[in-house]
Ligand binder design. Structure first.
Ligand code: AMP
Length: 395
């Protein structure tokens, strides 16, 4: 794999696509700098080699030039995190920008204005990409969050650096983590899929059936499987038109020797609210007027046993309505089990959507092996797709 580790950046200008799409408050203060922190190792390695850095990113979804989406708002934060006074130029292509980039001394960092002030960015425009390519000697992609988009700065620009392009540290780590789960995995491999809907996870399930030994189907998704098998699910969330599909998945899993585990009991609530009355019941005997909102105690124990026996774990999607404190127990217990297995040497990857939020909220972030930084990019990787941003570097 072509990474920054294989290149000596002495006297070179690196054009780095980073993902600085960070949340800002009403006074334009950065409220969560995780993404800037995540890009730091790549930037520091290049500066320490004796190179210079040109940073390009998008911020939000501006329609043309919109001051509130200017990257000038984050210059101080980036400077503080990297420990270098970052220069800023209020455009991302053109003569002024080329001059600012070529005037950079080694050890210096320049941040460009929001790429999406130009519609050409998301269109993947070639002329725009070529203009961007004039700003560096080496192209580095370190933005996993946008690697599934064939945009100018994430994909098309790479063709203007046929010999001089590589992955940054963050993107390399994401690729290695996904590989560890889907390709070079130590057995037994367990995938835990939760969340609300079967329909949003179906492509992932189909792709991973060839790669895993165990599959836990939890959360709201499980009720479609239970109903399809003749169970009574009360008012629980269910996709009636996906029942057939659920049965097909179970058949396919059986044929491939994958053991599927669906919760056996649930916390049922008489309303979708933190103040609801609750009772524990078997997942296939939920009374009318009640809905399953969290994993029950027997299911939590079952999850723990499978997790502790696994050597590789992928977790995507919560196993209950974790946003409500009363229904977060199952998701927290599962997080604890995965943390314990990780401590024993199991590789655990948390990726895609709400399980990342849950892991951060409940403090498991540093107790699992890797938490992915990309929502859509992670989901598409798990679906078995090659991401354009990754392919462009490998080509
Ligand atoms: P996803 O984005 O597909 O991972 O879905 C995450 C959402 O699934 C979260 O907002 C959870 O509240 C929701 N969820 C998990 N379990 C249930 C359940 N039993 N009933 C309703 N929603 C659920």
């Amino acid at each position: 794999m072509k990474t920054i580790q294989n290149i000596n950046f002495k006297n070179k200008r690196a054009l780095i696509r980073v993902d600085f799409n960070v949340p800002l408050d009403e006074n334009f203060n950065v409220t969560d700098a995780t993404r800037i922190e995540a890009a730091k190792p790549t930037i520091i390695k290049i500066l320490e080699d004796g190179g210079a850095v040109v940073l390009m990113s998008h911020l939000g979804r501006p329609k043309g030039v919109e001051e509130k989406y200017s990257l000038k708002h984050i210059v101080d934060k980036v400077s503080e995190i990297i420990g270098v006074d970052v220069k800023f130029v209020d455009d991302c292509i053109g003569e002024k920008v080329e001059k600012a980039a070529s005037n950079l001394k080694m050890g210096e960092v320049l941040l460009l204005e929001n790429l999406r002030f130009y519609a050409e960015e998301t269109k993947g425009d070639e002329v725009f990409s070529e203009k961007l390519s004039k700003l560096g000697d080496v192209y580095v992609n370190d933005a996993f969050g946008t690697a599934h988009r064939a945009h100018a700065s994430t994909t098309i620009v790479a063709k203007f650096f046929p010999e001089n392009k590589c992955f940054g540290n963050l993107l390399a780590q994401e690729i290695i983590s996904i590989k560890k789960v889907l390709e070079d995995s130590e057995k037994p491999v367990l995938a835990i899929l939760g969340g609300a809907k079967v329909s949003s996870k179906i492509t992932i399930i189909e792709n991973i059936l060839d790669k895993v030994d165990h599959l836990i189907i939890g959360g709201g998704m499980s009720f479609t499987f239970i109903k399809a098998q003749g169970g009574k699910i009360g008012n629980s969330i269910c996709e009636d038109d996906k029942q057939e599909l659920a049965l097909e998945i179970l058949e396919k899993a059986k044929a491939k020797g994958v053991q599927v585990h669906i919760p056996v009991d649930v916390v049922a609530a008489d309303a979708f609210s933190n103040n609801a009355n609750t009772q524990i019941c078997d997942i296939d005997k939920i009374p009318d007027g009640w809905e399953g909102v969290d994993a029950g105690p027997k299911s939590i124990e079952m999850f723990d046993k499978i997790v502790m026996e696994s050597k590789t774990i992928l977790w995507n999607g919560p196993v209950g309505v974790f946003e409500m404190e009363k229904f977060a127990k199952g998701t927290i217990a599962l997080g604890n089990s995965i943390a314990a297995a990780t401590k024993k040497g199991t590789f655990s990857l948390v990726g895609g959507g709400d399980s990342v939020a849950a892991v951060k909220q409940f403090g498991f972030e540093h107790k699992v092996s890797y938490v992915s930084t990309g929502g859509g990019a992670m989901l598409e990787s798990l679906e078995g797709k090659t991401l354009p941003g990754i392919e462009a570097i490998l080509k």
